[in-house]
Write a protein that binds this ligand. Structure first.
Ligand code: ZN
Ligand code: ZN
Length: 263
């Protein structure tokens, strides 16, 4: 069985000096690859260093919408930084009207810059959207995000929003939230979407799934996310793992030979 973690933050301090153990736990849990997500250009070198050092880690480049004080990013900066074989996507980017309030025009401009960079590089987008479904989908349409494709990560919106993303050519990724007792509505979304559009992730170090809730999350725990979705859909863990892993490699354009060489 082969699982992948499509979204984690292994450069965060929670993992300082723990990367070898995190990788060993991944291997023991059948998690072959993980995508390390950039949240600021300041920390990007640490994210890239992980992907350069470890064959089964990949990276993205982007500035997260919850960092108002980061210097503004231009599409040309992202395009230049994305020009690397281990950088497989642009993000994470998007809109977050839950954590921040006030005039968030800067978030929307930042989001547009990322979509332009994704289109220019041909690399897919990793989109974070929270409490801003209409504006997220509107900007995706206005900027032609479907041309680059990508994933709506750590999805918590409605089935209607998920279907709109799928119609735009996007994948939808589920985190440990699907294992939480109060997430019945989200489980319905995970059950209803086409199997060829679903990814699984941890968003480590946040959101550890049941039965690790409250602990520091890590990529090995993506197995619990996959188990929950498999059960919901009446599939074996192996079948769910096979589908979501194939989706991951297809979205991030990682060839079969490359995957095997790097395990
Ligand atoms: Zn996020
Ligand atoms: Zn994240």
């Amino acid at each position: 069985m082969q699982l992948v973690d499509s979204h984690c933050h292994l450069d965060f301090d929670d993992f300082r000096d723990r990367i070898p153990a995190v990788l060993a736990n991944m291997a023991a849990a059948g998690v072959s690859h993980a995508l390390c997500i950039s949240v600021t250009l300041t920390d990007f070198p640490r994210v890239l260093a992980l992907a350069e050092r470890y064959p089964n880690l990949y990276a993205t480049v982007g500035v997260h919408p919850d960092y108002p004080d980061e210097r503004e990013v231009r599409p040309e900066d992202l395009i230049r930084l994305a020009d690397h074989p281990k950088i497989v996507a642009i993000g994470e980017t998007g809109l977050d009207y839950y954590r921040l309030s006030g005039d968030l025009e800067w978030q929307r401009q930042r989001f547009r810059a990322h979509i332009r960079a994704a289109r220019a590089t041909g690399k897919p987008l990793v989109i974070h959207t929270r409490a801003a479904p209409e504006d997220t989908l509107r900007i995706m349409r206005e900027e032609g995000a479907g041309e680059a494709g990508g994933v709506m990560h750590c999805f918590t919106e409605t089935l209607e929003v998920a279907r709109a993303a799928v119609e735009l050519g996007f994948f939808v990724s589920f985190s440990g939230i699907v294992t939480f007792r109060n997430a019945a509505a989200l489980r319905e979304v995970a059950k209803a979407l086409p199997l060829d559009r679903i990814l699984v992730e941890t968003d480590s170090p946040y959101l550890a799934p049941v039965p690790h809730r409250g602990k520091v999350n890590e990529p090995a725990f993506v197995r619990h996310v996959a188990e929950t979705i498999a059960e919901l859909r009446g599939l074996s863990l192996e079948a769910l793992a096979e589908a979501t892993t194939a989706n991951f490699f297809r979205l991030f354009k990682l060839s079969k030979s490359k995957q095997l060489a790097e395990i």
